[in-house]
Design a binder for this molecule. Structure first.
Ligand SMILES: C[S@@+](CC[C@H](N)C(=O)[O-])C[C@H]1O[C@@H](n2cnc3c(N)ncnc32)[C@H](O)[C@@H]1O
Length: 287
């Protein structure tokens, strides 16, 4: 508990937060500053330049945020947003918190389609909408359909599209391809659930157990959804169309085999900054 009478400045509040978070975070002070600056709606730089007084209402809110963070709640859920691709996105517990690896997925798509006018794109499992929204901004007049099985996730994705005045992404509730009819795409892109929950230690579960199970976990060692998408995607691709997927750290060879079986060629793996294969892409050429 914070001793209210002894705390009047932002600095002492930040110190209290940083100390509490030191056992669960490598950057406890930074986290405490982010939480408090968000509550106060100020730039954290002000903590170093101005003398900021704190009301008891803010103190109570800060204390409860620190408590939730201590229990593992991701910062993005506490402040309601996350930066991705240098853009701010609304985030809440009905969507996955965007991960840096997913920028690599998008970079692969941009590399393949940067010179393509109006590519037709299908994103499966859009969550907060980050992939489709970034592709919309980076490619030349793309025609995008972004699907998710979760209504709540699509609500967040639509808010994010509105935030960037994007009106023409077609958001659709669909169980993978179930609502996709008679259309062929230049690109199918997805960051599907691929984690094997049974393999996670308690330490690894800390924090991610607050994210939606449906966004994270898949059966059969985490491969069920990857398998389903790989096996069913070619029907929805034009001749020369591409499938690009994010996958788990140990699933590259599995995806490679499945893509070969499904008739893909020019299959390419990409590694993340830790040198771990994370992305697979392939081209579908009709006979
Ligand atoms: C790993 S998250 C990716 C979210 C977002 N695209 C991102 O990269 O941050 C997987 C998404 O797939 C959705 N999903 C899970 N099962 C699905 C299914 N059967 N059909 C469609 N979407 C599904 C989840 O709701 C979740 O939003």
């Amino acid at each position: 508990m914070i001793e209210h009478s002894s705390l009047r400045s932002a600095e002492s509040l930040i110190r209290f937060g940083a100390e509490k978070l030191s056992s669960i975070s490598n950057v406890p002070r930074l986290e405490a500053e982010v939480l408090l600056s968000n509550l106060l709606k100020i730039n954290p730089i002000k903590f170093h330049t101005d003398d900021i007084g704190i009301s008891s209402k803010i103190m109570d809110k800060f204390e409860s945020m620190i408590e939730s963070r201590f229990k593992g709640m991701p910062i993005a859920y506490l402040i309601g947003k996350k930066e991705f691709w240098s853009l701010d996105f609304e985030i809440n517990p009905s969507v996955l918190v965007p991960r840096p690896e997913t920028e690599l997925l998008i970079e692969n798509a941009i590399e393949l389609f940067k010179d393509h006018e109006s590519p037709r794109i299908l994103e499966l499992g859009t969550g907060s909408g980050i992939i489709s929204i970034v592709l919309y901004k980076e490619l030349v007049t793309p025609e995008i359909t972004a699907t998710d099985i979760s209504d709540e996730a699509l609500y967040v994705a639509k808010n994010n599209a509105d935030r960037y005045q994007i009106k023409d992404i077609n958001f659709l509730v669909s169980d993978w391809f179930s609502e996709i009819q008679n259309k062929k795409y230049d690109l199918i892109i997805s960051n599907p659930p691929y984690v094997d929950k049974t393999k996670l230690s308690n330490e690894e579960l800390f924090g991610i157990d607050m994210e939606p199970d449906i966004a994270l976990y898949s059966e059969n060692n985490g491969t069920s959804d990857l398998e389903f998408i790989i096996q069913n995607s070619s029907i929805f691709l034009k001749h020369g169309g591409c499938l690009i997927l994010e996958h788990g750290y140990d699933q590259a060879d599995y995806c490679m085999r499945e893509m070969k079986k499904a008739g893909y060629s020019r299959i390419k793996k990409s590694k993340d900054i830790q040198n771990i294969p994370r992305i697979i892409s392939g081209t579908f050429l009709n006979e």
